[in-house]
Write a protein of this length. Structure first.
Length: 89
């Protein structure tokens, strides 16, 4: 990781960590769902960059990741999705 910027492999590692922390079976999640989270994360980061003169700190990037993972709906339960997102962010 360079500064606060995450590359795709680091995001995948964080998602796997969050799923494990919440006792979710990794085999149930296809790479396509994880890639959608990465696309959403990058979309939110780009939005923040446009709105804040291209400067994203760790907290803004964590907020982007938290939102992308929560919206990724890894579980039917909203509380579990929130817990996964918080563990990752």
């Amino acid at each position: 990781m360079k500064s606060a910027k995450l590359d795709d492999s680091e995001i995948i590692d964080l998602i796997i960590y969050g799923l494990k922390e919440n006792n979710m079976e990794l085999k149930n999640y296809k790479i396509l769902k994880i890639k959608k989270v990465i696309v959403s994360y990058n979309k939110y980061c780009n939005y923040f960059k446009r709105k804040f003169d291209g400067k994203l700190d760790t907290f803004k990037r964590a907020a982007c990741l938290l939102t992308a993972i929560y919206q990724g709906k890894f579980s039917e339960n909203d509380m579990t999705n929130a817990s996964i997102a918080i563990d990752c962010a």
